[in-house]
Design a binder for this molecule. Structure first.
Ligand SMILES: Cc1cc2nc3c(=O)[nH]c(=O)nc-3n(C[C@H](O)[C@H](O)[C@H](O)COP(=O)(O)O)c2cc1C
Length: 313
C-alpha cells in the first residue's frame, strides 16, 4: 500500500463530502458498526457505507439456501432480512456516530406508504447523511415493480422527497429494457443522485436433485460477472441525463482499482463495492491506493476529472 495519503480522490456526492469515491454496497457490509472489529480496517478509505436495507416491520427473510456461488459471482436471495426501522434507528444508528466515514440508509418496502414511513423515521437521525431508495430488489415483492415503471418511480421519489430533508438517492433496477426513462423520472421527481444498478435475477439448479439451489428458487446475481453490464448502464444513463445532472454511483461487479476507473470513465462519480468485500475486507483500501496510482500515471490531479471521459470509437 502506498504512503501517499494526499486526498486527491475525495468527492462530493449529493452534498455529502466523501474521503474517497468508494461506497460499500447495501447488504454486503451489515449496519456499519460491525466492521471496526476487522483488524487494521481503514475507514478513511471508505467514502460512505450504505447500510443493509431496512423495512417498516422486521423481516425474517427467505428460506435457505440464500447464497449460491456462480462462475465469477454469487447469487443471493436474502429476502430483506432486517429487524425493522424502529430497532435499527434505536440500537444501530447511535453506534455509527464516531466512525470516520459517512453512512447512507437504504430503505425498501412493498408500498409507497411503507417507504414514506421508513424515510420519515430515518430522516430524524443525525447519524445518517442520505437515504438510498431500493426500488430494485429482485428478492421481495413490491420494490422491484416500482423500479420498472417510470410513473411509479416518479410517484415514489416525489412522496419520499416530500417527507425527507436529507438527500435521496434512487437505486435503479438494472434489468429493464429502458433504464434511461426510469432515471429521467427520478430526476424529474428531484432525486439527488442515482445508484446504477443492482443484482440481476438468476437461477442455479442442482442437477442431481433437480431442485433450485436457492430456497427462493431465484436470486440476484452480483460480482465480476455483471461488471460489463454495469459499465454499459452507467454510460447509457450518463449520456441520457447529461454531465451537469445529478451524480451516479455505480453498483455491480467492481473488485479492483481498474474496475473502479472503468465505471468512472463511463460516467459514475462514485463507485459501489459489494461482493468483493466477502473475499477481502480491505478491498476499499486497495482500490483507494490504486485510484491514487492511476491519477499519478495519467497526470491527473483529481479523480472527479476523469468522470465520463471515455472516448467512444
Ligand atoms: C448478499 C447480498 C445482499 C444484498 N442485500 C442488499 C440489500 O439489502 N439492499 C440493496 O439495495 N442491495 C443489496 N444487495 C445488492 C448490492 O448492494 C449491490 O448492488 C450488488 O451486489 C451489486 O454490486 P457487487 O457486484 O459489487 O456486489 C445485496 C447483495 C448481496 C451480494
Amino acid at each position: 500500500m502506498t504512503e501517499n495519503k494526499k486526498n486527491d480522490i475525495a468527492v462530493t456526492i449529493a452534498g455529502i463530502e466523501m474521503n474517497t469515491p468508494l461506497v460499500m454496497a447495501s447488504g454486503t457490509f451489515g449496519y456499519g458498526f460491525e466492521v471496526p472489529r476487522v483488524a487494521d480496517f481503514r475507514f478513511e478509505d471508505v467514502g460512505a457505507v450504505v447500510l443493509k436495507s431496512v423495512t417498516l416491520k422486521p423481516r425474517t427473510g427467505n428460506k435457505p439456501h440464500r447464497i449460491a456461488e456462480t462462475p465469477a459471482g454469487v447469487l443471493n436471495s436474502i429476502g430483506m432480512q432486517n429487524p425493522g426501522v424502529e430497532y435499527v434507528a434505536k440500537y444501530y444508528f447511535p453506534m455509527l456516530k464516531n466512525l470516520p466515514t459517512k453512512f447512507i440508509a437504504n430503505i425498501a418496502g412493498e408500498s409507497t406508504d411503507e417507504y414514506v414511513e421508513v424515510a420519515r423515521i430515518i430522516a430524524e437521525s443525525d447519524a445518517i447523511e442520505a437515504i438510498e431508495l431500493n426500488i430494485s430488489c429482485p428478492n421481495v415483492k413490491g420494490g422491484c415493480a416500482i423500479g420498472v415503471n417510470p410513473q411509479d418511480a416518479f410517484a415514489l421519489v416525489s412522496a419520499v422527497k416530500a417527507v425527507c430533508g436529507k438527500p435521496v438517492i434512487v437505486k435503479l433496477t438494472p434489468g429493464v429494457t429502458d433504464i434511461k426513462s426510469i432515471a429521467e423520472s427520478c430526476i424529474a421527481a428531484k432525486a439527488d443522485a442515482l445508484s446504477v444498478g443492482n443484482t440481476y435475477t438468476g437461477m442455479v439448479i442442482d442437477t442431481h436433485t433437480r431442485r433450485p439451489v436457492l430456497g427462493n428458487n431465484y436470486g440476484g446475481l452480483s460480482g465480476p460477472a455483471i461488471r460489463p453490464l454495469t459499465v454499459c448502464n452507467v454510460h447509457k444513463v450518463r449520456q441520457a441525463i447529461g454531465d451537469s445532472a445529478i451524480p451516479i454511483i455505480a453498483f455491480g461487479g467492481v473488485s479492483n482499482a481498474s474496475d473502479a476507473v472503468e465505471v468512472m470513465l463511463a460516467g459514475a462519480s462514485a463507485v459501489g463495492v459489494g461482493t468483493a468485500v466477502f473475499t477481502n475486507a480491505h478491498i476499499c483500501s486497495e482500490i483507494a491506493d490504486g485510484l491514487r496510482a492511476y491519477l499519478q500515471s495519467q497526470n491527473e490531479t483529481n479523480i472527479a476529472d476523469i468522470v465520463g471521459t471515455v472516448k467512444l470509437n
